[in-house]
Design a protein around this ligand. Structure first.
Ligand code: FAQ
Length: 347
């Protein structure tokens, strides 16, 4: 039922994990300048770790990308959370609840990975709330029907996996390790969305129509998730030289299109692109590009739901202030008690 493109993605994650272990057993001879050592580690496909020297621009790029990724996971809970109380069955509700909780977990791994670069979680959350850091454009579109939950799983999680499997080989150790764990979970997310759409597309004519409508609305925003075309991508060249990114935005977008065509066939749904066709010469599908002006407008805050998403996030942050204060006081009391016990044991 799933088509044949899911297993290879998971195999790639397993292979990245094996290579990560193997690389940690190879030694790179230290010596020379710090920059030379950094370059040698990256060239040898070993990992830069938090204790290692790294160029300031590398550190800043990682903070920007990992933070944007973490914020996306947390804001991404909103469009799906919208359907938890309206899921059609108890089973669907339990699955969706678990998925949304997984996204929260991904956000936490990623904030923790960013913190290893010398920035605190409080600073990162404040930067999001003040609009100084971004989150993925995709989460500024509304979820109008239950089929949108299927389309998010299939297309949005699908695009996320295609983008993130190569990040399992990122040169920064904490990010690469977080991505291995996240990708294993994301592959389930994609399957659950696919399964929702499969059920709807094989249901009543009204259900089928709902599934097709959702795919029509989510297709181009999902293509835009991969970022601007290579010619307009400001960070790709440098990020690829540092082996943070392993493929360009356009390469990954193409990979996603090729994967979806086969899976749409199994679903019996159409991808809403009259220009979509196999190109023998390129060994890939030709397709219509998403509207990149729309992408830029959404990134700048002009998407259909930007204001709503940010208002909700700010409110949640303010409402949670008492929990953070209570947890902080509890931690202080615990530390003081431990300190007193240690002191008493010494006398
Ligand atoms: N949205 O030079 P590039 C998920 C910005 S997680 C917003 O090409 P780069 C799981 C970019 O930041 C989805 N902004 O940038 C889930 C830069 O701005 P700046 C998130 C975008 O970094 C599923 C400028 O445009 N995934 O879905 C977007 O080399 C379901 C120039 O672009 C990640 O974050 C965009 N779509 O490449 C959760 C993966 N595209 O900072 C819940 C990690 C570009 O200069 C439910 N990130 N920009 O002002 C990446 O792989 C990269 O950061 C890219 C962008 C590929 C997104």
């Amino acid at each position: 039922m799933y088509g044949n493109d899911f297993a290879p993605l998971l195999e790639q994650v397993d292979s990245a994990e094996r290579d990560l272990h193997a690389a940690s057993e190879r030694t790179v001879e230290p010596g020379g300048e710090l920059q030379e050592y950094f370059d040698a580690i990256v060239a040898a496909d070993q990992k830069i770790e938090p204790r290692d020297w790294m160029p300031e621009a590398y550190r800043k790029t990682l903070i920007r990308q990992i933070a944007q990724h973490a914020h996306s996971e947390i804001i991404g809970m909103q469009p799906e959370g919208n359907w938890i109380s309206r899921a059609p069955t108890l089973k669907r509700k339990a699955i969706l609840l678990a998925k949304v909780q997984d996204e929260a977990g991904h956000g936490l791994y990623l904030y923790a990975a960013a913190e290893t670069l010398g920035i605190s979680r409080e600073e990162l959350v404040e930067m999001l709330i003040e609009g100084r850091q971004k989150y993925s454009s995709i989460f500024n579109y509304p979820t109008l029907t239950w089929a949108d939950i299927g389309a998010i799983g299939w297309l949005v999680d699908g695009a996320a996996i295609v983008n993130q499997v190569p990040l399992c080989r990122c040169s920064y150790g904490p990010y690469a390790r977080a991505m291995i764990r996240i990708c294993k979970e994301e592959s389930f997310h994609q399957r659950q969305g696919y399964e929702i759409l499969h059920t709807l597309s094989h249901g009543t004519p009204a259900q089928r129509e709902m599934a097709q409508d959702a795919v029509n609305r989510w297709w181009y925003p999902s293509l835009a998730m991969f970022g601007p075309p290579d010619g307009d991508s400001t960070h790709s060249e440098r990020s690829m030289a540092w082996k943070i990114k392993r493929f360009t935005n356009d390469e990954l977008r193409q990979r996603f299109v090729d994967m979806c065509v086969q899976q749409a066939g199994v679903l019996g749904l159409e991808l809403p692109d009259p220009g979509l066709r196999w190109n023998d010469e390129r060994g890939a599908h030709d397709y219509t590009q998403p509207d990149y002006d729309e992408l830029m407008r959404v990134i700048k805050g002009e998407g259909p739901c930007n204001r709503q998403r940010m208002a909700h996030r700010r409110r949640a942050y303010e409402d949670g202030a008492w929990v953070r204060e209570a947890a902080q006081k509890h931690a202080e009391k615990k530390a003081a008690r431990k300190h007193a016990e240690k002191k008493a044991a010494r006398v």
